[in-house]
Design a protein around this ligand. Sequence first.
Ligand SMILES: NC(=O)c1ccc[n+]([C@@H]2O[C@H](COP(=O)([O-])OP(=O)(O)OC[C@H]3O[C@@H](n4cnc5c(N)ncnc54)[C@H](O)[C@@H]3O)[C@@H](O)[C@H]2O)c1
Length: 455
Amino acid sequence: MKQSKNTTSRRAFVKKIAASAAVLTTAGPAILTGKNEIQQFGLSRSPRFSANDQIQIALIGAGGMGVEDTKTALLVPGVQLVAVCDLYSGRLDDAKGRWGKDLFTTKDYREILGRSDIDAVIVATPDHWHMPISVEALNKGKGVYCEKPMVHNVSEGPAVVQAQQKSGKTFQVGSQGLSSLGNEKAKELYESGAIGQLIYAEGFWARNSPVGAWQYAIPKDASAETVDWDRYISNTNKRTFDPLRFFRWRNYRDYGTGVSGDLFVHLFSSLHFITSSMGPNKVMATGGLRYWKDGREVPDVLLGMFDYPEAKAHPAFNLSLRVNFVDGTSGSTYLRMVGSEGAMDVTWDDVFLRKNLTSDPMDAFMAEKGNEFDKALGERKRMLPPNEAHYKVEEGYKGAHFDHFTHFMSGIRSGSPVVEDAVFGYRAAAPALLCNDSYFEEKTVRWDPVGMKRM
Ligand SMILES: NC(=O)c1ccc[n+]([C@@H]2O[C@H](COP(=O)([O-])OP(=O)(O)OC[C@H]3O[C@@H](n4cnc5c(N)ncnc54)[C@H](O)[C@@H]3O)[C@@H](O)[C@H]2O)c1
């Protein structure tokens, strides 16, 4: 990239940041911290939504995430839970304990979809039920909040996209991170040229515990009496009742989508949101089952590499993603975007921006002065711009999950577009699912991110 363009983009960046800081910060002026100065900015959101009509929702899949989704949905003003569906009696008992004994519960999601008093459903089942339930719900005129990944197999995407378009109903996928202040700030910084030209991005997910590696507890009363096993496997391979396949479904390919469908998909969603990208055209994966050899069918270490072709929204760049479930350092997760002028570490709650100080000063006047002094005195030290800025959410921020549900409920109320509709959700899920295809087929997989087709 030419120097003059760099200088222009840096100026544009500084201008935009000054403007955006005025809108988004409430933490007062930047705090400069000395030599290695880090500028600190607060991120906050002013209330944009109000409760108009009551929205009646139902939960389908009342496990860990379904309960969290519902608790969060109920924080949005004017939302009421009227029914819960799950295939395990223990979950239905829990739901009544949590939300009231009069709550309607069932093991058949069709009983929920058939009710005219339900405006929207949360689909938080294992992945193999996302597509059939979402499509049926949309066809019945319900709004749908579908957990990620939107589909279990890349071939299922068009059915959801078409059902959303045909029904005109609100459909949102549950990669809540992209509704966060952190992701929004990263998008704004990226678009204002904060890191220059995007060259490379990387993401990582490290865990090191049985629960982190999906070895969940099996309830003592798990049996063919308490679990509707036949319904659970009715859209996949027939097998006899197996509690591991029900309660640890992520480990098995009939129901789950491995670490890439479970975790990479969050990173794709954030990256695509920040860069307005439609996705990669080349997917390569390798990895292995290194440690958690408990009968699972999916790797516990996965490395994915993705080529993003040049697009209207961004230059060509490379992405590398990793998941390691046997990581002695544990607990670290990040998404880093590296450009020609700096890099950003992006989370849902903050953005760490590092600028490259070896590039020319932003101020042309100072540069010219420097040249004059150079001539007269030899080399003169420069006034450097801040090399690091840390944008962090204000205390009390309700978080990405709440923001995501607020977007969803606004869509239901007013028909306004949601941030992660079926097309977006498909474009985020597809490279994650193709990563599995690449791993299991042991080959590079090609994808058309515009036409949304495996090549
Ligand atoms: N957005 C996030 O951060 C996030 C986090 C965790 C999980 N998730 C997603 O949420 C979904 C659920 O994950 P989880 O961790 O809650 O799993 P879980 O096993 O705790 O819960 C799944 C529940 O679905 C029920 N179920 C299975 N098939 C059903 C069917 N046909 N009809 C009704 N209920 C059915 C099960 O009985 C179980 O209670 C997954 O798609 C997962 O990828 C998203």
